[in-house]
Design a protein around this ligand. Structure first.
Ligand SMILES: NC(=O)C1=CN([C@@H]2O[C@H](COP(=O)(O)OP(=O)(O)OC[C@H]3O[C@@H](n4cnc5c(N)ncnc54)[C@H](OP(=O)(O)O)[C@@H]3O)[C@@H](O)[C@H]2O)C=CC1
Ligand SMILES: CC(C)(CO)C(=O)C(=O)O
Length: 320
């Protein structure tokens, strides 16, 4: 379907790094988008000032946006782009329970465990998931930096025979708006592989307070990553996801390609935010327990990150 013929109203939930990036790029391409924030203050500022996008080519672009806080309710939409952290889902899912049956929700979270939570609140046919490697960093409540191009994979969690027309149309819109997007028959295999990368890179960079690339500079961290990989791969295999040597190579590649990145977990620690460690290493530990695979290393990392989060509470810089 050519994108000119697609008329779709999108509501982005979450005015953070990913939410501001998606809203700005879709609006700049002429699409109909509203942004739902957590606070009145941010919604008011966005409506008054719009969003400034710092593009990868160094240019700055500006767009107006309509915004409102979640507590006044969700505007109607064909598709909701859920751009919040795993730790924010409990507050938002009850609102999504009230959306019309024709509406679709696209979950943009890293980590795992959210599929089960979504289907408690929504009809399975309404839930779609993304594996997203596009990088973004919020600079202020109305300003976002695009930090790296990536691939946006969208689809149902498990294989469905027919593509959903709303999500397939969104893939067209996203490509028209400068994203590289593809519709996949099932997201679960991609989510598992992203989980492996996040379960190695994020906690280690958060605990050692180093950029991603430094993990590859010492034989000790490489060995640690490899052992963590083997443990995670055993869990994935026992959950029916066949992990291979090339998946290890992919983790190394991600680490190299994002070598100067400060991982989202380290950013969260520095900003005194809750991290997504429970949905990443915590998920592996839980699945390990359920399938009888021991996960002592991931359990240790989980506890260490939770401890570090508690230790920095009240000492960080807070949100941009
Ligand atoms: N940033 C990146 O480059 C990438 C991120 N991801 C994943 O995408 C997801 C989002 O990440 P990111 O954008 O970086 O996270 P951020 O923390 O930057 O943004 C999350 C946003 O959600 C908002 N929020 C929290 N609770 C609510 C609520 N009840 N109603 C409305 N909005 C709410 C927060 O508001 P407030 O600011 O007021 O607290 C915040 O603006 C995560 O799962 C992350 O792992 C995946 C790939 C890349
Ligand atoms: C791929 C990686 C590790 C990039 O920093 C990431 O997804 C994150 O920081 O959460």
């Amino acid at each position: 379907m050519p994108f000119q013929k697609i008329r779709m109203h999108l509501v982005v939930i979450g005015g953070g790094s990913v939410g501001l990036l998606y809203a700005a790029r879709l609006l700049l391409s002429g699409h109909s988008v509203e942004l739902v924030t957590r606070t009145h203050v941010q919604a008011k500022q966005l409506t008054a000032e719009g969003i400034t996008l710092h593009q990868l080519d160094g240019r700055q672009r500006h767009t107006a946006v309509r915004s409102q806080p979640l507590e006044v309710g969700l505007p109607e939409a064909d598709l909701y782009l859920l751009a919040v952290k795993q730790t924010d889902l409990d507050e938002i899912l009850p609102y999504l329970q009230r959306i019309p049956p024709r509406s679709r929700v696209l979950a943009l979270q890293n980590g795992m465990g959210h599929y089960e939570r979504f289907t408690e609140f929504l009809d399975r046919q309404q839930c779609f998931f993304a594996s997203n490697t596009e990088g973004a960093r919020r600079l202020s409540p109305v300003e976002v930096e695009h930090t790296g191009t990536g691939l946006l994979r969208i689809g149902p969690w498990d294989v469905q025979e027919n593509a959903d027309p709303t999500c397939a149309a969104f893939v067209e819109l996203a490509n028209h708006s400068g994203f590289q997007a593809v519709y996949e028959q099932a997201i679960k295999p991609f989510a598992w592989r992203k989980l492996l990368a996040n379960a190695l890179i994020n906690p280690l960079t958060a605990l050692f307070e180093i950029p991603n690339g430094m993990l590859l500079e010492s034989p000790y961290t490489i060995q640690l990553m490899r052992e963590l990989f083997e443990e995670a791969a055993s869990v994935a295999n026992s959950c029916g996801e066949k992990i291979e040597e090339r998946d290890w190579q992919e983790v190394v590649k991600i680490c190299r390609n994002t070598s100067r990145n400060i991982s989202s977990m380290l950013q969260d620690i520095r900003r005194r935010n809750q991290t997504e460690v429970n949905a990443i290493n915590g998920y592996l530990v839980q699945m390990g327990r359920e399938t009888g695979q021991p996960t002592p290393m991931h359990e240790t990392l989980l506890r260490a990150v939770l401890l570090k989060t508690d230790m920095v509470e009240g000492k960080g810089e807070g949100r941009a």
